[in-house]
Each structure stands twice: as structure tokens, then as C-alpha cells.
Ligand binder design. Structure first.
Ligand SMILES: Cc1cc2nc3c(=O)[nH]c(=O)nc-3n(C[C@H](O)[C@H](O)[C@H](O)COP(=O)(O)O)c2cc1C
Length: 393
């Protein structure tokens, strides 16, 4: 059976959601179909998305015992940030469409667990508000726009708001072919059609939340463009028309220099690119295929991790992004040599299901799993994990 148990449809209440699959089933029940499929869907046949999680089953953990594991320490330091757990919330777009508290809910939950929170260029709460609300490490995810004024403005606002890390996304040079969105007609802002009105009626709790809270906006983009803020457009069309397809290594280096603090490239998959990331002075790379939402048929981050760690792991922090559904997935990635893992859907399903309480429970579930799994592995600190603990089938 697929490890995310995609076939699991029965929704249970939040206080009985014990894993990502439970939250997914609850999100599916609570959200209008186009919104659920925007989160859940991926590109083309979604093979890469499935593989991102399945890859973790290509190897097994080999535990050690009798190691005195009454207390375990799951602290890790990545890109200069000390995280109390080795999994953080990757930046994701449009969160107030999923739940009316959006980024506010995810940020507060991340702070409670002492982990990093990523804010998207397409975030629905401004970087200034996030910065004043939480003290946990904050990463801003930058989309490099054709409109250089907008790109520079976002960097300057994050400098002023004292964000800790800037991640430049490099795998969205054009929009992925997300066929579920084509089918449902999902756009940002959510377009009011007869079909979507019917969805509203069938999901009154979500509709009440969406319609009775502050109007949808994309504050990171405000003042610069209409598309994506008040003109309904699909995310894929936005990527293809508004982002700069001529973006190059020179541009990435320019962004790093302008930013001046810890800098990360999100969406690195090849060893050659990982080496270039080191050359331009990045402190981290997120090995990622955007959760399978861009190039279907591309390799999974976990499958690709070892060769990247072997090439650059002593010079740059390597983060394994995507497909994480269990604590053991995190331990496997760390055993290969990642400094931390990150993910989107594991907390987005929970946000959609129950706002901040949902994200807290999702993080608690994974925190407990990592802690239990470390004990079962005979491992008191994360740096004792190594490839010795793994056997590939
Ligand atoms: C609904 C959704 C929206 C996303 N929005 C962004 C975004 O705005 N910027 C970005 O760099 N990545 C975005 N991502 C990708 C995530 O940062 C992350 O790479 C991906 O979710 C990892 O896969 P996972 O969902 O299996 O954990 C998004 C992912 C999802 C599911």
C-alpha cells in the first residue's frame, strides 16, 4: 500500500488525527474540492510526487540497543539557525485560502515547536506582521520576478523585517502541468463560479471562515502587480508569465549579495548545481522537486540525497525537502547526511483541517515519532545517525 495511504478516505476528528494520512482525509472533507486538489495535486501523472514518499521505503533502519536513551536531543543547526526539531515548515503559497488564519496559524505552531517557518512570496500575511508575531527562525522564499523592482522590494522588506534566511526558488522557471487545477479551474484569488459557489455551500465551515475574515490578498506582491492579487489567475500561468525565465547563476549571486545573510537555493537536484551553489556562497540547498508539482518524472530528493551530500555536504547545509510523512523518513534522510528535512503538505493538510490546533498536532505527532524512533534506534543525538544505520534493499 502507498505509504501516504492515499486511499484512506475516512475522516476522523482532529484529536484522533495520528498521522499525515488522517489529516489529509480530514482536509479533503473540510475543503472545497478545488482547494483540496490544489494542495494535494502535483504535475502530470504525479509519479514524482508519489515517489518522493515511496523512496523512503527503498531502505531500512538498522537499530542499535542498550545505549541509555532516557533523554534524546533532536536539536539541529541548519543555515545558522538552531531548530529544536530536525523538520521545518517549507514555504507554501496562499495559506489563508486553506484556513482563514493561514500563515499566522503555521507560524505560531512552528514557534511552539522551536522550528523554522518559511513564508512564501505568495504568502497571504505580510513579512512584517510575521516578523513581529514570532521569534522562531524565519525563512523567506523568493520568486525572481521579471519586475526587478518587485524582486528587490521583497528582499529589502525581509532585510528590514530581520528575517533569518532567504531561499531563492529555482525550480519554477515555468509553471508545472498541474492537471487537477486545470480540471477544477483553481485560481488565486479563488474565483466565484457557479461550481465554486456550490462547493462553498457544501463546505459551510470553510466558506464562513473565508468570507467573514479579512479579504484575500498577497501582501508580498502588493503595490507592484494586479495578477495574483485581484485578478484570478492559475499559479502555473503566474509562474509562466510573471517570473523571469532568463534567471541565471549571476542573478542568484546578485540576490545573495543583496541579501547578505544566510542564503539558500530551493530546488537543487544535481551535483553540478549543488557545487555551483557552494561557489556562489550559499549556506544551504534544499534538495527538492517542489513536492512533485513541477517536473514530473524527476528524481525524488531522498533518492538523490547521497550523491549531493557526498559532493558538497562538508561545505554547505543540505536539506531534504518533500515526501516526509513519518518520523522515520526524517531519520533516514539525516542518516544519509541531510542536516534537516522540510515539507509542505504534512502541515498544510493539518492547517486546512483545524488551523493552528491542527498544525500543532501535526508537528506534535512528528515530534513524538522522531523522539520515539531515535530511542528505538538507540540514538541520543542526531549526529550519531549515519549510513551505518541504513541498508538499501
Ligand atoms: C500547496 C503548496 C503550495 C506551495 N507553494 C510554494 C511556494 O509558494 N514557494 C515554494 O518555493 N514552494 C512552494 N511549495 C513547495 C513546498 O515548499 C515544498 O517544496 C513541497 O511542499 C515539499 O513536498 P511535500 O508537500 O511532499 O512535503 C508549495 C507546495 C504546496 C503543496
Amino acid at each position: 500500500m502507498n505509504p501516504v495511504r492515499r486511499d484512506k478516505e475516512e475522516a476522523v476528528p482532529v484529536d484522533r488525527c495520528n498521522n499525515v494520512a488522517d489529516f489529509r482525509a480530514l482536509a479533503k472533507k473540510r475543503l472545497p474540492a478545488p482547494v483540496f486538489h490544489y494542495i494535494d495535486g502535483a504535475a502530470d501523472d504525479e509519479a514524482t510526487c508519489r515517489r518522493n514518499t515511496l523512496a523512503y521505503e527503498s531502505c531500512d533502519l538498522v537499530p542499535n540497543v542498550l545505549n541509555g536513551v532516557e533523554t534524546v536531543d533532536m536539536t539541529t543547526t541548519v543555515m545558522g539557525q538552531t531548530l529544536r526539531m530536525p523538520l521545518f515548515c517549507a514555504p507554501t503559497a496562499l495559506q489563508r485560502i486553506f484556513h482563514h488564519d493561514g500563515e499566522r496559524a503555521v507560524a505560531r505552531a512552528a514557534e511552539k515547536f522551536g522550528t523554522m517557518f518559511g513564508v512564501s512570496s505568495f504568502g497571504t500575511v505580510g513579512v512584517e506582521e510575521i516578523a513581529s508575531a514570532i521569534k522562531t527562525p524565519k525563512l523567506f522564499q523568493l520568486y525572481f520576478h521579471k519586475d526587478r523592482g518587485l524582486t528587490n522590494d521583497m528582499i529589502e522588506r525581509c532585510i528590514a523585517a530581520d528575517f533569518d534566511v532567504l531561499a531563492l526558488t529555482v525550480d519554477t522557471i515555468t509553471g508545472g502541468n498541474r492537471e487537477r487545477d486545470l480540471q477544477t479551474g483553481f485560481t488565486s484569488p479563488f474565483r466565484l463560479t457557479l461550481k465554486s459557489l456550490a462547493s462553498f455551500a457544501l463546505h459551510p465551515r470553510w466558506a464562513f471562515g473565508y468570507l467573514t475574515h479579512e479579504k484575500f490578498s498577497l501582501p508580498q506582491l502588493s503595490g507592484h502587480l494586479k495578477e495574483g492579487t485581484n485578478v484570478a489567475i492559475s499559479v502555473g500561468d503566474y509562474f509562466s508569465s510573471m517570473l523571469d525565465q532568463s534567471m541565471s547563476w549571476k542573478d542568484a549571486e546578485f540576490v545573495r549579495k543583496k541579501w547578505g545573510k544566510h542564503f539558500c537555493l530551493k530546488g537543487i537536484m544535481s551535483v553540478a548545481d549543488a557545487k555551483r551553489a557552494v561557489d556562489i556562497g550559499a549556506s544551504g540547498i534544499m534538495v527538492s522537486n517542489h513536492g512533485g508539482r513541477q517536473l514530473d518524472g524527476s528524481r525524488s530528493p531522498f533518492d538523490q540525497l547521497a550523491e549531493i551530500v557526498d559532493a558538497v555536504g562538508d561545505r554547505i547545509d543540505v536539506i531534504c525537502d518533500g515526501g516526509i510523512r513519518r518520523g522515520t523518513h526524517v531519520l533516514k534522510a539525516l542518516s544519509v547526511g541531510a542536516k534537516a528535512c522540510s515539507g509542505g503538505r504534512f502541515y498544510l493538510y493539518a492547517l486546512a483541517a483545524a488551523g493552528q490546533a491542527g498544525v500543532e498536532r501535526a508537528l506534535q505527532n512528528l515530534h513524538s515519532e522522531i523522539e520515539r524512533d531515535m530511542k528505538l534506534m538507540g540514538c541520543r543525538t542526531l549526529d550519531t545517525l549515519s549510513r551505518e544505520n541504513l541498508r538499501f534493499r
